[in-house]
Design a protein around this ligand. Structure first.
Ligand code: BJW
Ligand code: ZN
Length: 257
């Protein structure tokens, strides 16, 4: 396992004015959320196109709703882990810091991260497919059978991005701008196979950010990274936050801006 932090990364942790943390399902593993791909992943047992697509939903809305209701219950019962909290600490130290997440579990906000761009939505929100009215989990989980809009009778769905759907425009544009403006870009706990999200580390690299991947396994982008820190994010991110703290001392983001 290679978890030594190089001199080059230490310099960035001390001097970077703009840092981006790009996260995927791996950062939530230590909170108890399963990943999508791999031997223990969700897709090892279930077919993505049947559950995470509009076609799948329209063909079998109750199966898809059962799956989301199950995940909503798991996610509401778990907590952010040391990896999420390390990013909150880093945000306090850097003039510009953004979390760009593919995760829908809301754990970054629950940990206390302030600037969070959610590329694939948020499982805690729901909306009517016909009129757009939004609904709480309390509403959708209390219904026996399929949740229907109480204004127009339309089908209600979770506010997540399925395959074949566009990413939310504002979140995407802010993410591209953050990636292109980053001095240090951390790609954390993502298999980097789902586009367009997976293009962000490469955009950052092209814009001359120092790009570091944190993952127990290599991914298709590992060879293009400046550094690969092999291991769980719940161990590696607190190490990075400690180096940042040591290198920057007590100076918070406000002191730099
Ligand atoms: C740890 C760890 C620890 C483990 N610590 N790490 C062919 C080529 C290219 C693109 C396409 C194509 N065909 C179709 C497309 C487009 C498609 C796509 O990319 N498909 C590829 C899979 C082939 N993309 C889309 O459809 C997107 N929209 C789009 O492109 O719009 C334009 C368009 C519109 C219309 C027509 C055509 C184009 C939308 C993508 C939406 C993705 N949605 C999901 C589901 C969200 C809702 C839900 O959760 O129910 O988002 S899929 C799923 O994958 C989820 C995730 O956010 C996403 C990424 O997964 P992630 O986070 O990387 O997780 P894993 O499981 O893959 O990896 C976990 C990693 O953690 C691993 O590396 C582990 O090693 C690591 N790990 N323990 C740190 N302790
Ligand atoms: Zn409606």
């Amino acid at each position: 396992m290679t978890t030594a932090i190089s001199g080059a990364l230490t310099t960035r942790l001390r001097e970077a004015r703009s840092v981006v943390a790009f996260t995927g399902a791996g950062i939530s593993v230590e909170s108890g959320v399963p990943t999508f791909r791999g031997a223990d992943g969700i897709w090892a047992k279930l077919r993505p196109e049947e559950l995470a697509s509009m076609d799948g939903f329209l063909k079998n809305p109750s199966v898809v709703w059962d799956w989301y209701a199950h995940r909503k219950k798991i996610i509401s019962a778990i907590h952010p882990n040391a990896g999420h909290y390390a990013l909150v600490e880093m945000e306090k130290k850097v003039p510009q810091f953004a979390v760009i997440t593919q995760n829908i579990d809301n754990l970054h906000r629950r940990a206390g991260s302030k600037t969070v761009f959610e590329l694939h939505g948020n499982i805690e929100r729901n909306y009517c497919m016909k009129c757009g009215k939004t609904f709480t989990d309390e509403f959708v989980l209390a219904v026996a059978g399929l949740p229907k809009c109480d204004s127009c009778g339309g089908m209600v769905r979770p506010d997540v991005v399925w395959f074949g759907e566009m990413l939310p425009e504002e979140e995407w544009e802010s993410s591209v701008a953050a990636a292109e403006g980053a001095d240090l870009f951390l790609s954390i706990g993502t298999s980097a196979v789902v586009y367009p999200a997976a293009s962000l580390p490469l955009l950052a690299k092209r814009a001359e950010a120092y790009v570091v991947e944190v993952n127990p396994e290599p991914t298709p982008i590992t060879d293009k990274m400046d550094e690969f820190l092999e291991g769980p994010s719940g161990e590696i991110l607190p190490m990075l936050a400690r180096v940042m703290e040591r290198e920057r001392g007590g100076s918070g983001a406000a002191a730099h801006s």
